[in-house]
Each structure stands twice: as C-alpha cells, then as structure tokens.
Design a protein around this ligand. Structure first.
Ligand code: ATP
Length: 264
C-alpha cells in the first residue's frame, strides 16, 4: 500500500527513500535483510545530519581519481542500490567508463535478472553478473563469491555500496582498490575499503559522478597526486571527529531547548 507523504513533512526525504525500498521489495529487487540494513544506515544518516559532509567530499574526489585512472573499473550493484539509484548507477558507469555488475549476498537467478532489467530500463547497455557469474572470489563463502570473469574478477577498481566486510576484505586481498559507500564509518567495510565515502548512496552517487565529470580532462599526473595524497584512515577519523563535534553541539542546543529534529 502506497502512502502520500506531504512535501512539508520534516522527514520527507527519508520517508521517500523508505517508500522506494518498500517498492523495490515488492518488485522482488530487495530482500527483507536489505530493509534492515537500510535502517542501520538511516541511523548514521540522522547522526551526520542527513547531508554530505566534508570528509565524504574528500573521499569522493579520491574515488573519482581512482575511477578515472582505472583500467577495468566496475560498479557493483545489489538490491538496495538498484531500488534506490538505478539511474545514477548508469550515469556514473557511463561517465567513468565502468562496467556494471550485479552481485548479491542472497543470490537467486530471478532477483539477479530483475535487477539487471531495472538497470537496463534506466539506460545500462550491458549488465554483468547475470548469466556469466562463473568466476570465484577466493576465501569468500557467501553467494557474493560468484563474479563475472569480465567484470569484478579482473577489475582493478570496484565501487561497492552497502557492502559486507568479508567481501570488501576479499576484494582487497585480490589487490583491488575498493571504493565503498557506507553510512557507518565503523563498519568492517568502511575500515577495510581503500576509499570510504561516508554518505547516503542517494546523495553520494550523483555527487561522485559530478566529480568524475569535472576531473575527466585532468592529466593522469594530477589524478595520481590526488590519490597519493589521500589517506582513508585520516578521512574516517575526520568523520568520527565530525560526529563527535555535532553530538556535542546538539547536546548543548537541546539542553538550551533551541533544537528540534529536522534542523541542521
Ligand atoms: P560490515 O560487515 O561491513 O561490518 P554490516 O554487517 O553492517 O557491515 P550490511 O548490513 O551488509 O553490513 O551492510 C549495510 C551497510 O550499509 C551498513 O553499514 C549501513 O550503515 C549501510 N547503509 C545502509 N543504507 C545505506 C544507504 N542508503 N547509503 C549508504 N549506506 C547505507
């Protein structure tokens, strides 16, 4: 059942995202576990103020450099990503010359096909990981180990969103640069990735595409410098400092009764 959410509702954006996920669930793109995973993300989004914060912009700049320098970049797509941002996945892949591959923890051939269909409906010319998930990521025991030999298996840079830590670690062990979009700065994925964008995938993907488009004509030397100057540990610690500062400020404002939910 669909509900009408008035635009003026203070939680409008967040509720619209939920509606999209529920719709994705009803269409067989999202699994129930995906809905729960989203709830974990929402909690962190509330804490960062539901906006793209400075350390995320730093990570996006490095991520754009990594994508533009890559020989075989791949954007990995799961059910939540397909339900929330199918068009943005296609735009990012086009801007960065990346392949798109479906990769699911709870893999069924039916769900893989539905996700690929949605991506194609939004302009994807090719979607890997459907009939060709014949290669295996070593040391990984979930269904996520099945990948395309033309996609994630040979990729040098893989972008993942709402990922689990085991797969991120396995991809790193294979020598790949992993770009993660994850609202939880403390998740195993965030800590294991090469570049972690702590932001909602709904905001992060379009912004990252903008960075890619802006930096596309920069010389390789410049992009290499951007990457060299990037430290993921430093950026994650900046996210935690940001959260710390914000919670302190909120604590004072709530004490003085000058803050209510929805305000910055
Ligand atoms: P890990 O194994 O990395 O410690 P986990 O067990 O939390 O992580 P999952 O539940 O599979 O892994 O992943 C969901 C992750 O995605 C969570 O860290 C959650 O914060 C994050 N997340 C959920 N919704 C979003 C969203 N819309 N945008 C970005 N990140 C999100």
């Amino acid at each position: 059942m669909r509900i009408e959410i008035p635009r003026a509702h203070p939680r409008y954006q967040s509720l619209m995202i939920r509606e999209k996920l529920v719709e994705g669930f009803e269409k067989g793109l999202v699994v129930p576990q995906g809905l729960i995973a989203h709830g974990r993300g929402e909690c962190f989004d509330y804490i960062i103020g539901e906006k793209t914060i400075e350390p995320a912009l730093k990570a996006m700049r490095a991520a754009a450099a990594a994508l533009l320098l890559a020989k075989h970049p791949v954007v990995s797509v799961n059910g939540n990503v397909a339900a929330l941002v199918p068009e943005e996945v296609v735009r990012l892949a086009k801007a960065s010359n990346a392949k798109i591959e479906v990769n699911l923890f709870y893999r069924t051939e039916e769900r893989v096909k539905r996700i690929a269909e949605v991506l194609k409906l939004h302009g994807a010319e090719e979607v890997l990981g459907v009939d060709d998930a014949t290669a295996t990521i070593p040391e990984l025991f979930s269904e996520r180990r099945k990948v395309s030999p033309r996609g994630i298996y040979v990729a040098d840079v893989v972008l993942v969103a709402l990922e689990d830590g085991d797969r991120t670690e396995a991809l790193r062990k294979m020598g790949k640069t992993v770009i993660a979009i994850d609202l939880n700065p403390l998740s195993r994925t965030s800590l294991a990735a090469s570049i972690t964008i702590v932001d909602n995938v709904v905001r992060a993907l379009p912004k990252l595409t903008e960075f890619v488009e802006e930096m596309k004509n920069e010389p390789r030397g410049y992009l290499e410098e951007v990457l060299k100057g990037y430290s993921n540990a430093k950026v994650i610690s900046e996210v935690l400092d940001y959260i710390n500062r914000r919670l302190r400020e909120l604590s004072e404002r709530i004490h003085e009764k000058v803050w209510s939910p929805g305000e910055p």
